[in-house]
Design a protein around this ligand. Structure first.
Ligand SMILES: *Cc1c(COP(=O)(O)O)cnc(C)c1O
Length: 423
């Protein structure tokens, strides 16, 4: 180990890399916990925090947040199994998604989830059929496609034709359809307006509008407003042209909107579902430099992992590429000496995890880390491209490093393929 290398809870990163190999995703459970607890302490007590497993579906990441009190928002059969294994109480789990299969709906009914979030009236009817056949009452929430356009997100979910939820106008006219249900109990409204919000006033404004829309719909439909899920989508700054969300004013604004709403609807459960904001901070994508070389005046550090595990690091912008925060972990405290373009092992020029990044000297064997990478990492990346497979994941908890996902081996990948006889 070098004198200046990064330590995570006292453990030198070189020791973790030697024990588990590279590339790997490294999660610091202290960061995961303190981020969650800070938010939990600040948010109005009527608001429950649910982890969107989409952002990080690792069973230990979700289990750890669950042990701290978080619920979960899930969207597939495997995510359902994950939260069950992680020990999250089904009464703190909701299942959503525009294309749920009958098998998924049946599994949700059997699991006794807090609610199935239905995205069409046909889906509500299908759940009712399944509920009647299972002789159970089944709570659902109705996902609404709001008629206002969300502010401050690149990925707008409201005020546009969308495959998600039911348009407000359609839902308003759905009282007759809902009153004929046998075993479905509509318990509230769900809305999700988008992701990567970085301005407090946008999140607060959207939350106010969702709460108002939910109250209006409950009146129109004469349903009890037992629960409102007002989404989340809190952003994390990745690029140098972005500023971190002011979480204090975000939470203060949400609480100010929530307080009168709770007074008007006593006992209402509010849900704030978050993926990125809960998990991004704790994770670092760790790669080892294999070669340093120069081409036409540009220096390249070629690493053993790249965009195959971290597609988001490709960045944004077609002309000026913007980089994720990238550091030397080996020479963590050294001053930058020059620029390196950090690339991975793929045979495509797009496999760039950092373009002309200012770094301390980089040598073969060094460890580099892409920070703020605990959300939308491997699970949102083309891990099978060039058949490298997915990396190991390691969580440092209470000063000890634990393997929480095995690295894919060639055998794992090939086991799914079948060589047929050609003769
Ligand atoms: C993706 C998604 C989330 C999580 O979004 P983040 O921006 O990661 O917080 C929450 N709810 C729904 C419905 C989603 O599709």
């Amino acid at each position: 180990m070098t004198a200046t290398e990064l330590r995570v809870q006292g453990i030198p990163v070189s020791r973790i890399a030697a024990e588990f190999g590279t590339p790997l995703y490294l999660y610091d459970a202290d960061v995961l916990r303190s981020g969650y607890q800070r938010l939990r302490a600040a948010l109005h007590p009527a608001v429950d925090i649910f982890l969107s497993l989409k952002a990080n579906p690792n069973v230990s990441v979700c289990g750890y947040l669950g042990s701290l009190g978080a619920g979960a928002e899930i969207s597939s059969m495997t995510e359902l199994l994950t939260v069950r294994r992680a020990g999250i109480d089904p009464r703190n789990v909701i299942f959503l998604g525009p294309g749920k299969t009958r098998a998924e709906l049946e599994a949700c009914v059997q699991a006794g989830l807090y609610a199935i979030v239905c995205e069409s009236l046909d889906e509500v009817r299908q759940v009712d059929e399944i509920a009647a056949a299972a002789d159970r009452d089944v709570p659902v929430m109705l996902r609404v496609n709001p008629d206002f356009s969300a502010r401050g997100t690149g990925l707008t979910m409201g005020g546009k034709p969308r495959q998600f939820g039911v348009d407000v106008a359609q839902l308003r006219g759905a009282r007759a359809a809902l009153s004929g249900l046998r075993r479905v109990r509509v318990r509230g409204i769900h809305a999700y307006l988008g992701t990567r919000f970085l301005k407090a006033e946008d999140i607060v404004g959207n939350t106010e509008q969702v709460l108002a829309t939910a109250a209006g719909l409950a009146d129109d439909l004469r349903i009890p407003l037992d629960t409102v899920d007002f989404g989340g989508g809190f952003g994390v700054a990745y690029f140098d042209n972005e500023k971190d969300l002011d979480i204090e004013s975000t939470v203060a604004g949400i609480n100010a909107a929530v307080e009168p709403f709770v007074r008007a609807h006593p006992g209402v459960r509010l849900i704030n579902e978050l993926g990125r904001y809960l998990t991004a901070w704790c994770g670092t994508y760790v790669v080892r430099v294999l070669y340093v070389k120069e081409s036409q005046g540009e220096r390249f550090a070629i690493a053993d992992g790249g965009t195959n595990h971290h597609m988001a690091a490709v960045g944004v912008g077609s002309f000026v590429k913007r980089n994720f925060p990238l550091r030397s972990l080996t020479r963590h405290t050294d001053e930058p000496t020059g620029k390196y373009t950090v690339t991975g092992p793929l045979c495509t020029p797009n496999d760039v995890i950092g373009k002309k990044v200012l770094l301390p000297e980089v040598a073969a064997g060094d460890l580099l880390g892409v920070e703020r990478s605990g959300a939308y990492g491997p699970s949102a990346s083309p891990g099978h491209f060039l058949s490298h497979g997915f990396p190991a994941e390691v969580m440092v908890l209470n000063g000890e490093a634990h393997l929480i996902r095995d690295r894919d081996r060639s055998e794992d990948l090939l086991a799914k393929q079948h060589l047929i006889p050609f003769a």
